[in-house]
Design a binder for this molecule. Structure first.
Ligand code: HEC
Length: 114
């Protein structure tokens, strides 16, 4: 019995930490890659709009062919903003797929923070 419990506990803590690690890493990457232009924890505009609560909300800018910033929309946008909106002012050097995934995981993990 104890063995089963221990095993379950290990599985659980492993999956929790794997998930937390991605979001935690995403926060660091976002701080470096997005921070120069965006406030990440407020709605105050920088060079670009504030990104607080961005995951799951509608775009605040024009010309975005998505109703809501979900995984797909954010991933497509961060892969190449110009391919989504040719005249966008968001200039973003290429970001690795893992970095995009971690940033999105972080946005998701803080989406309900007030
Ligand atoms: C060089 C400055 C710059 C950098 C770096 C930058 N952005 Fe932007 N971002 C902008 C600008 C400017 C806009 C508004 C674009 C427009 O109106 O077309 C924008 C818009 C956005 C939007 C749409 C916001 C909304 O309210 O609909 C998202 C999401 C976004 N950026 C995410 C990011 C993320 C995530 C990063 C980091 C990986 C990042 N940006 C890096 C300048 C930047």
């Amino acid at each position: 019995m104890l063995r089963v419990l221990l095993f379950t506990f290990c599985l659980l803590s492993f999956s929790l930490s794997a998930q937390a690690a991605d979001a935690a890493r995403g926060k660091v990457v976002a701080q470096v890659r997005c921070m120069p232009c965006h406030h990440l924890n407020t709605l105050l505009p920088g060079i670009g709009p504030g990104l607080k609560g961005i995951y799951g909300r509608a775009p605040s800018i024009s010309g975005i062919p998505f109703d809501v910033w979900d995984d797909t929309a954010l991933n497509v946008w961060l892969s190449n903003p110009r391919a989504v909106k040719p005249n966008t002012r968001m200039v973003l050097p290429p970001i690795a797929a893992r970095d995009r995934a971690d940033i999105i995981a972080w946005f998701k993990s803080v989406k309900d923070e007030k």
